[in-house]
Design a protein around this ligand. Sequence first.
Ligand code: SER
Length: 315
Amino acid sequence: MQKSILILGACGQIGTELTIELRAKYGSENVVASDIREGGESLMQSGPFELLDATNYEAIEDVVMHYEIDEVYLMAAMLSATAEKFPMRAWNLNMNSLFNVLNLAKEKKISKIFWPSSIAVFGPNTPKENTMQSTIMEPSTVYGISKQSGERWCEYYFKKFDVDVRSVRYPGLISWKTMPGGGTTDYAVDIYHEALKKESYECFLNEETKLPMMYMDDAIRATINLMESPSEKLSVRSSYNLGSMSFTPKEVAQNIRKHIPNFEISYNPDFRQQIADSWPSSIDDSAAKRDWNWQPEFDLEKTTEEMLDNLKDTV
Ligand code: SER
């Protein structure tokens, strides 16, 4: 039987590419995109769209009933840098939207959920290199606190109410189709745009800030693979560590120079430096590799080629 999917927050950085990929895979008419605002043309033109506030339970329930939705991907969230400016708004959006979908599943109105967590669940006391699946987690940002709490609630709903919720801790995501909004890892997208536009970039993190990152194609493949895995294989119901590459702004700049030799980078760290300093530099994702065969495909070189190649006609 063909399943029906609803994506909340479909117009954001991940939602846009996820929606397009799910439509290609399951048929456009079976994948309903929704957001509080309209999105780009490729998303709006390729299948059904509903204006929907992820914090409004009744409104989500109506859409779920109308389209006979089986699975929900909850991609609406306020990211780390913006959440520091609007703590209560971030907490309300990030938590209430999650409770809405968890409760829909508890009421048996949907059968499966994807909810993203983040490397932001870790904090300054977490071991930084090869950060393990289970380790010290003392997040020091509003965003990180909301994601860590969300993870606890996911596991709780799985154990108590048999809710089939699945999750990964995304690293910083690099993509060219949609801009990220309000994250600490956004520099790794901005830098490619500015390199093509101006051959220079002023970075808001210092040159040695090493963070875990991932190209969007890998992130989308991981998400869909996890959702398609047999439930009994999944030993983690909070959120899986997900690794790919780690690099510093200096290393991205060196890589860009292979294509744009005159590219120059300068550094002017702001409040996001402190957030980045509290996060891991690299991630141990052996649980994801073992349970659902996770394997990344894009390294920094390949990412740089893809980014510059796809963006060059847009600037
Ligand atoms: N990319 C996100 C951020 O920087 C982390 O999940 O907020």
